[in-house]
Design a binder for this molecule. Structure first.
Ligand SMILES: [Zn+2]
Length: 496
């Protein structure tokens, strides 16, 4: 494998190595399902989707595990608010999460373990840590003793003394009095009277957040696996604690490579619900093609922050997302180009001739993604490729012009690679192009039926050799932003 990835643990770009040759075992922290997916989720899971696609496209078998956190304080609180069973609320949002991510073209992970189905594994791991002297019971809770693990801090590159100085200022009340050390963290939280709870040897309660990912990743991938990923905000404390409790329990290295993606930011601060600068995926899917959002997330490196802009009217209502609209034009161009390629008639394809290297998108994408999944560079290659495909189509449409078969074949394979590697261009061109066009038309108050009528009027004028009238119709449509494209199959229209 020639893939190199930036590893958080070593803070270096290293060759990605798998313990079992040709098989990558990957765990990515999944959502806590108490609300709809937001743009931060979309970005994060597109990154890991591209990782998985790239590995598969280059011949690696992948086992991709992503959990669903369906037991959590936020879920319990929201369910109580709404008078709904926590399991039902979680199941509903898990289903919505799947739908929202499928719409940006993400593949489902191979295994999606739920916390509610792994209580045994979680309790076993907690018991193992207590037995090994790494955890202790305190008033119905169980805590991990950070001093029992000498490498605590190695993932986030922090030292325990500094952490404890910070943590002692933060912890208050019961929590503080129960813990032996300020940086200790809960593996099991005892339930208060009336709380939803699960039985355990330490009394009724629920698992801490960190322990669930250790228990579920080990249950499905073994005690050591190849790659663990998630958002940059998970490095500390979530992943640091996962490393500590997992390696303390097993005595083995937990994950070999640690991969973290940057945030979606607004005005240089993380997009978050509490700041009110927050958009769900569904908010924006109403305005642009979900694939445009996928494309937009790839315009900056996955490790860098992705800065989001939008426009407002005088009353403060959101009127648009210029970056998504620009990305939608790029996506539209991908499909228009593919449609042109597909429509080159057989009679215009020549047996002889060679293909230029600019059409070899597959080789370019493999090389570029091998370098720490450099998606912005990959999109630059896609742009070059589309230009070359259009030149090929232009050549075939010139009088007596032909496209070499080798070029057409390589260009078709380029679109296959675009889907396999980046998950772009996955739809049938006509359907998505019409949707984009009709949404833009609707935004300007243009009825598709009216445009079709004008096109028919122009066709009749041309048939009658009334070219002045035909041009008048074309110009009137152009003034509304409607562009006509004539081809042997008839006239198509697009919106500028
Ligand atoms: Zn996790």
């Amino acid at each position: 494998m020639s893939l190199r990835l930036h590893d958080t643990l070593s803070d270096q770009k290293l060759p990605f190595e798998t313990a079992e040759p040709g098989h990558a075992r990957i765990y990515v922290c999944g959502p806590t399902v108490y609300d709809y997916a937001h743009l931060g989720h979309v970005r994060c899971y597109v990154v890991y989707d591209v990782l998985v696609r790239h590995l598969k496209a280059t011949g690696t078998r992948v086992t991709y595990v992503r959990n669903i956190t369906d037991i959590d304080d936020k879920i319990l609180a929201r369910a109580k608010e709404r008078g709904e069973a926590p399991t039902e609320l979680a199941a509903r949002f898990a289903e919505a999460f799947h739908q929202d991510l499928a719409r940006v073209g993400n593949l489902r992970p191979d295994i999606e373990p739920k916390v509610s189905e792994h209580l045994d594994e979680i309790r076993d791991l907690v018991a193992r840590l207590i037995e090994g002297g790494h955890a202790y019971e305190a008033g119905g809770d169980v805590y991990f003793d950070v001093h029992s693990f000498k490498d605590y801090g190695k993932l986030s590159h922090r030292n325990l003394a500094d952490l404890e100085a910070g943590a002692s200022g933060r912890t208050q009340g019961d929590d503080k009095s129960k813990k032996r050390n300020p940086a200790d963290f809960a593996l099991w939280k005892g339930a208060a009277e009336g709380d939803v709870s699960w039985p355990s040897p330490w009394g009724p309660g629920r698992p801490g957040w960190h322990i669930e990912c250790s228990a579920m990743s080990m249950a499905h991938l073994g005690e050591s696996f190849d790659l663990h990923g998630g958002g940059l905000d998970l490095v500390f404390p979530h992943h640091e604690n996962e490393v500590a409790q997992s390696e303390a329990a097993t005595g083995k290295p937990f994950a070999t490579t640690w991969m973290h993606n940057g945030f979606v930011e607004v005005d240089k601060t993380k997009m978050s619900k509490s700041l009110g600068n927050f958009f769900t995926a569904r908010d924006v899917y109403e305005r642009v093609e979900p694939e445009a959002i996928r494309y937009f997330t790839m315009t900056v490196h996955y490790r860098a922050p992705l800065s989001l802009d939008w426009t407002l009217d005088d009353d403060g209502n959101v009127t648009g997302f210029p970056q998504f609209e620009e990305a939608e034009r790029r996506v539209e161009y991908v499909y228009q180009t593919r449609q042109r390629l597909e429509e080159i008639p057989e009679s215009r394809i020549a047996e002889d001739g060679t293909a230029p290297e600019s059409l070899n998108l597959r080789a370019g994408l493999v090389r570029t993604l091998d370098d720490d999944l450099n998606m912005p560079q990959a999109l630059a290659q896609v742009a070059e490729f589309l230009k070359a495909v259009n030149e090929l189509c232009d050549a075939a449409s010139r009088k007596k012009g032909k496209a070499p078969k080798a070029s057409v074949t390589l260009a078709r394979d380029g679109f296959a690679a675009l889907e396999a590697e980046l998950g772009l261009g996955v739809e049938e061109p006509r359907a998505i192009l019409e949707r984009i066009r009709d949404r833009r038309a609707a935004a300007r108050g243009i009825e598709p039926g009216d445009v079709e009528e004008r096109i028919e009027e122009r066709r009749r004028a041309r048939a009658d050799r009334d070219f002045a009238r035909a041009d008048e119709v074309r110009d009137a449509l152009a003034a509304q932003g409607v562009e006509l494209h004539d081809s042997p199959e008839g006239t198509r229209w697009t919106m500028r």
